[in-house]
Design a protein around this ligand. Structure first.
Ligand SMILES: NC(=O)c1ccc[n+]([C@@H]2O[C@H](COP(=O)([O-])OP(=O)(O)OC[C@H]3O[C@@H](n4cnc5c(N)ncnc54)[C@H](OP(=O)(O)O)[C@@H]3O)[C@@H](O)[C@H]2O)c1
Length: 270
């Protein structure tokens, strides 16, 4: 299974989710990221967007569908896919079944734990429940998000029967741009996905290096930065609501940055 080089993000789109997902797919996005977390995502409307795209020639087998199990701390207690009183493995079960129903599929390409859970024995219980679905061939990859502590990732990797294949993190200076985590991911063949890639980094987008590359390649600084992320093995999540941005961002594979240019952007990650 191939992870696309850019994934369409569906958070905060509310009632526009159906149309934006449909448009993103029709423009050429093949990866969709969502979560069973009604507070931030309308996963049900993602499903309607998918359905609309299928009617217009898009094929399920060409898509990479990613959703998440959100632990109770990340949920709105009045609107969540399980009960507060459910045992945690029942919470995973209810959330996973809701996701399949919402996304109208029996197979989730990537199922991500939205954030680490403490204590670690509880993390283990949740991960083992996720592994069960993987072993029943209902999941392609398991992943973890918001994991900024390398020791937690190492712990998970060491103790998991089914190893994490995806890390999805905020790409920002406060975490040192996850330098060590990204080295770990590369070593163990884990795909690293970034969010806040643009919004957390105006200082990079405004830097003269990117401005110069903008003139050279006739690509926006956002496109240059997304291209750079691909060059350093990062898959950015992109939640644009603009059709023009969708079209242009999907064309970033049309140009290559020189290795000296990649290095000069890398020096801005501090
Ligand atoms: N795991 C987690 O906890 C977590 C947390 C946050 C997000 N996510 C995921 O990541 C996705 C992306 O969220 P994000 O916070 O990284 O930001 P984003 O939704 O991708 O927002 C990017 C912002 O940059 C603007 N922009 C300007 N030029 C652009 C260009 N060429 N291409 C794209 N955007 C451009 C967009 O405006 P326009 O709309 O006008 O283009 C938008 O305001 C979410 O939808 C969600 O799936 C996950």
């Amino acid at each position: 299974m191939q992870i696309p080089n850019m994934i369409y993000g569906t958070a905060w789109k509310k009632e526009n989710t159906t149309n934006l997902v449909y448009e993103a797919l029709m423009e050429g996005f093949r990866g969709i990221d969502t979560a069973c977390q009604p507070k931030h995502y309308r996963e049900d409307l993602v499903g309607l967007g998918l359905e609309k795209a299928y009617k217009n020639g898009i094929k399920r087998e060409d898509l990479f569908l990613q959703t998440k199990f959100t632990p109770i701390d990340g949920q709105d207690i009045l609107n969540m896919p399980y009960l507060k009183t459910d045992e945690v493995e029942i919470q995973v079960e209810k959330s996973f079944e809701t996701s399949k129903r919402n996304l109208k599929t029996n197979f989730i390409d990537s199922y991500v734990l939205h954030s680490p859970i403490f204590p670690t024995n509880k993390l283990q219980i949740v991960w083992q429940k996720m592994e069960e679905y993987y072993e029943k061939n209902e999941i392609g990859f398991l992943g973890i998000s918001n994991c900024y502590d390398l020791d937690v990732l190492k712990y998970l990797y060491k103790n998991a029967r089914v190893k994490p294949k995806v890390v999805q993190n905020r790409f920002y200076s406060q975490s040192g741009y996850d330098r060590e985590i990204r080295v770990f991911c590369k070593t163990y063949n884990i795909s690293y996905q970034s969010f806040w890639s643009l919004s957390a980094n105006p200082h990079i987008l405004n830097n003269e290096t990117l401005q110069r590359l903008n003139t050279k390649y006739q690509k926006s600084v956002q496109e240059i930065f997304y291209r750079f992320l691909n060059h350093i093995n990062i898959t950015p999540l992109n939640g644009t609501t603009s059709l023009i941005h969708m079209k242009n961002d999907l064309k970033i594979s049309d140009f290559e940055l020189l290795s000296s240019e990649i290095k000069s952007i890398e020096t801005l990650l501090y």
